[in-house]
Design a protein around this ligand. Structure first.
Ligand code: ATP
Length: 430
């Protein structure tokens, strides 16, 4: 992987993709804010996902559920008991680590030898209180995954839609985990976003749909511009799988700081529906309308981290060719689809024509305007943020209504009629 994480962090800060959170107050450890370009990139990823997996499929519906749920949800799901990491503390410097991250018994921070006692279980759920009393009765948890609301809302979804098995419920939203060792920029934070699908099936079909989602996930990664040679599938062994899973594959990516989990795919069996049925007393079985057979559907869960997607997309897109630095973002994900430049900022006719083109294009896509410095500097600036097309309005535009369109990746320029611009760009960004 050619790019260093320092290059990515510095580009993100400099150009407004991602800033340190609460920076004017000295920051808040491992919290990050998406800036004007970051929010566009992130939204584009989420929209592309929603379109592909919800709008374009007959067997999928979406929800957007509350972040704080009834505490019984976490009893039923097993999170209160099982969602924990092994925590160790250095005897000398008192820094805390996840025991399974450590290769030796030496403290990675102060170097103390035999620094750790036995690991303690640390629950990763983030606790808060609802209402004015901070007592145990008001204690609640932020969801550590979006998944549980798809099970909790299962009955409502089945009764309000006409979906029959197999079908999926999708959701994009925030999740919270009190991670022991957050870090590596936006890779591991305590507040993050997930895109998840719970795909409900008959038990006998689980292998078939596991395979289906495995292929879908691969094809998604290709579509967002990730080179599959940097993706590695890890078959998670039984002892490392979550308590509900009978099979899990992690899709690992070669991040600049090492090979780490990007996405996951799990076969959750009927664990969740069965358990929520028991804890809530509601009948969460699915009834086959033809055979009248009743059963808890089994579930295949593909899960995608949004922030890890942003990071993997940026790392994959970062390119250098000689002096030229550019983000080779797939045009669908680029924050700006095009930038419009008047060749000279002090020639009214050129500026007015360019403004008109800019305003017309802005009705269709996100378009940038730049009239600073010379055209070379403007190209440099747009390349760095991944704008696929730069449009320059010059004297010839006034005569024959054509403009130059310059392609980010090849740096080639061609003359296009102003009237064809929307079509030209639309074709290349969809
Ligand atoms: P890890 O092993 O890295 O802690 P996990 O196996 O606990 O991850 P899952 O529970 O499978 O992760 O969560 C699904 C997805 O959510 C992950 O594949 C990842 O993309 C994302 N994710 C999980 N934890 C975080 C986090 N702390 N910060 C950012 N994204 C995360």
């Amino acid at each position: 992987m050619p790019v260093s994480i320092e290059n990515i962090v510095s580009l993100c800060k400099r150009r407004g993709f991602v800033y340190p959170g609460s920076e004017i107050y000295g920051g808040l450890a491992n919290s990050w804010d998406y800036g004007p370009l970051g929010v566009e990139l992130k939204n584009n990823i989420k929209q592309m996902w929603w379109k592909r997996f919800v709008h374009r499929r007959d067997d999928m519906v979406g929800i957007d559920a509350a972040l704080v749920m009834n505490t019984k949800v976490w009893e039923a799901s097993g999170h209160l008991k099982e969602f924990k990491d092994p925590l160790v503390e250095c005897k000398k410097c008192h820094k805390r680590f996840r025991a399974d991250d450590l290769k030796k018994d030496n403290c990675p921070d102060c170097g103390e030898k035999n620094a750790f006692d036995e690991a303690k279980d640390f629950n990763l759920m983030l606790k808060t209180h609802l209402g004015p009393m901070e007592d145990s009765a008001s204690a609640v948890y932020f969801r550590p995954e979006t998944a549980q609301s798809m099970f909790v809302d299962f009955k409502n979804v089945v009764s309000t839609t006409r979906k029959t098995l197999p079908f999926g419920i999708a959701q994009i939203g925030k999740a919270f985990r009190n991670e022991i060792t957050p870090g590596n920029f936006i890779f591991r934070t305590r507040e993050f976003e997930q895109m998840e699908i719970e795909y409900f099936i008959r038990e006998d079909d689980w292998q078939k749909y596991f395979e289906h989602w495995r292929k879908e996930m691969m094809s998604w990664m290709e579509d967002i511009g990730i080179d599959l040679k940097y993706i590695h599938e890890l078959e998670v062994p039984a002892e490392s799988r979550a308590h509900y899973s009978k099979r899990t594959i992690d899709f690992e990516y070669d991040f600049p700081f090492g090979k780490k989990e990007l996405y996951g795919l799990a076969y959750r069996t009927d664990f969740d529906l069965r358990s929520h049925d028991k804890f809530s007393g509601e009948n969460l079985k699915y009834k086959d309308q033809q055979t009248n057979e009743e059963f808890w559907p089994h579930v295949i869960e593909p899960t995608w981290g949004v922030d890890r997607s942003v990071l993997a997309v940026l790392c994959s897109a970062y390119s250098e060719e000689g002096e030229r630095k550019f983000l080779k973002l797939t045009p669908q994900l680029a924050p700006y689809k095009a930038a419009v430049f008047p060749l000279m900022a002090n020639k009214d006719e050129i500026v007015d024509t360019a403004q008109k083109i800019y305003k017309d294009l802005r009705k269709e896509f996100m378009v940038a305007w730049d009239d600073r410095g010379n055209v070379g500097k403007r190209y440099y600036s747009q390349d760095e943020i991944g704008t696929p097309y730069c449009i320059t309005i010059d004297y010839q535009t006034l005569e024959d209504k054509t403009v130059t369109v310059r392609d980010r990746d090849t740096a080639r320029q061609e003359r296009i009629a102003v009237g064809d611009l929307v079509d030209y760009i639309s074709k290349r960004i969809s």
